[in-house]
Design a protein. Structure first.
Length: 212
């Protein structure tokens, strides 16, 4: 993926298998929701691969030994409402001590620009490594705006996790935020005239919550 230097595509067989089922239009709400959670947890392994560790002493039932624990900054998870919520529990199963914030956005019908309508972050968000969650990176407008809102509040370490991305969305985010790493399970072909990713999986929020 030389074309996308700050993008990691996760090609693990389990991730790709679950993604295929997720794409299927016949996959029901319950299974879809479970798959999004499972994918988020599996993707979390790669996202947290470079966390700093340090040695500590622990006593096993046999003897004392030196072993590793996570060191450095604490983590924060910020799903973009509403579809990002579907990924939050999967990440929390992997890193249960992470604090959780939320960002809500809508698109202004006149300017077509993302507008923040809700933002609640941990009080120490600026001191944390923040992982932004949103299943689909389509135009990239919402993700880019969410990252900007975090930076405006002092957050310096940000990673973006999407299940499926379109090239257009990747370009938008990387041009606006070249310091942000993006982690995806697939990069699809393009956006269609309605802003949906092709082949994609439809509207992730509607499929998660059965609203269409």
């Amino acid at each position: 993926m030389d074309k996308y230097k700050n993008v990691t595509v996760m090609e693990h067989p389990l991730i790709q298998h679950k993604l295929t089922i997720l794409r299927d239009k016949n996959t029901g709400v319950k299974e879809f929701r479970e798959l999004v959670e499972e994918l988020a947890m599996l993707m979390g392994y790669e996202v947290t691969r470079n966390l700093t560790v340090e040695e500590t002493e622990v006593e096993t039932p046999i003897c004392k030994t030196r072993s590793k624990i996570i060191a450095g900054k604490k983590l924060g998870i910020v799903p973009i409402l509403r579809a990002g919520l579907g990924m939050a529990d999967g990440m929390l199963r992997l890193i249960p001590t992470a604090k959780v914030g939320h960002i809500g956005l809508y698109r202004n019908p006149d300017t077509l620009m993302p507008v923040e309508y809700y933002c609640k972050l941990p009080v120490d968000a600026a001191e944390r490594d923040i992982i932004v969650l949103d299943p689909m990176l389509a135009t990239g407008g919402s993700a880019s705006a969410a990252i900007s809102f975090l930076k405006d509040r002092g957050v310096k370490s940000i990673k973006l996790v999407n299940i499926i991305a379109a090239p257009e969305g990747i370009r938008t985010v990387t041009e606006a935020h070249p310091d942000v790493e993006i982690f995806v399970a697939a990069i699809d072909k393009k956006l269609n005239g309605h802003g949906y990713i092709v082949p994609g999986l439809g509207d992730a929020g509607d499929r998660l919550y059965g609203t269409k």
